[in-house]
Design a protein around this ligand. Structure first.
Ligand code: PAF
Length: 251
């Protein structure tokens, strides 16, 4: 796997592979089994498989969340190599934001609810960085996990609104055997937290009204940010030991 640090270098590689199918999985590092499933699909479905690792500061409204984001570049490289990814794009802030983030992409409707309601600017950061990455990589297909379902919907909307030539491929949530959606943030939990965390999915998918489920989550030790039905799905975000966990299920 070749590690690429600049946009120019990656654009050159892309131009040399014109006519081939290119798959792309953008990540912020801290790769886990959920990412692995996206990478494997990328590898299986395309001539050239590209991934990126970039901890994007513009999508973090909470500085502490950014500083404590679990990431280990060497482990990420090992995982990507084991899947057979051809190119890893690992840029710096200056490479991604030559404009110093004076230009940004804003969605004014669905980005204001659910995660957007309590994380101001979060989706501006996500949409802007993904737009930049897609412009550099020009993939045939880009893969995103359904755990971040709101993000996935907003990215699909962006691609449609801006007539972008990329297929956004949704990938199912990868769960632990106990139902817990796999996330980089799970690594921030204590042994106690890890024991309680699966209750999030259990309660979400169990019976009861929204109010009853909120009560069950509080009793289990979560601080609920939201538990809401939207677009035929039930979405939840809740803090456990100060760690923000999210999940969603179809209704
Ligand atoms: O889902 C993520 O890891 C990030 O939001 C993404 C899409 C890589 C953009 O930084």
């Amino acid at each position: 796997m070749k590690i690429i640090r600049t946009a120019q270098e990656l654009k050159k590689i892309r131009a040399e592979n014109e006519g081939k199918t290119v798959g792309f999985v953008p990540t912020m590092g801290g790769l886990h089994a959920g990412h692995r499933s996206l990478m494997e699909r990328n590898r299986a479905e395309n001539d050239i498989a590209i991934a990126s690792v970039y901890l994007n500061p513009t999508q973090f409204n909470d500085k502490k969340d950014l500083e404590t984001y679990p990431a280990n570049f060497d482990d990420d490289v090992k995982l990507l190599e084991s899947v057979g990814i051809d190119y890893l794009f690992a840029p710096t802030y200056d490479v991604m934001y030559p404009d110093g983030y004076t230009y940004k992409l804003t969605e004014t409707d669905f980005s204001h609810v659910l995660c957007g309601a309590t994380r101001p600017g979060h989706f501006d950061g996500v949409l802007t960085v993904v737009m930049k990455l897609l412009n550099i990589v020009r993939p045939t297909r880009a893969y995103f996990g359904e755990k971040d379902f709101q993000q996935l919907q907003l990215l699909k909307g962006m691609v449609s609104a801006f007539f972008m030539d990329v297929e956004i491929v949704p990938c199912p949530i990868v769960r632990e055997e106990n139902g817990l959606a796999i996330s980089s943030r799970n690594r921030k939990l204590s042994a106690d937290g890890i024991r309680i965390a699966p209750r999030l999915h259990e309660i979400l998918a169990g019976s009861g009204t929204i109010e009853e489920k909120k009560k069950s989550l509080s009793e289990a030790g979560f601080t609920v940010d939201y538990l809401e039905e939207r677009r035929g799905r039930l979405f939840v975000a809740a803090f456990l030991e100060g760690v923000r966990l999210i999940d969603n299920i179809p209704l």
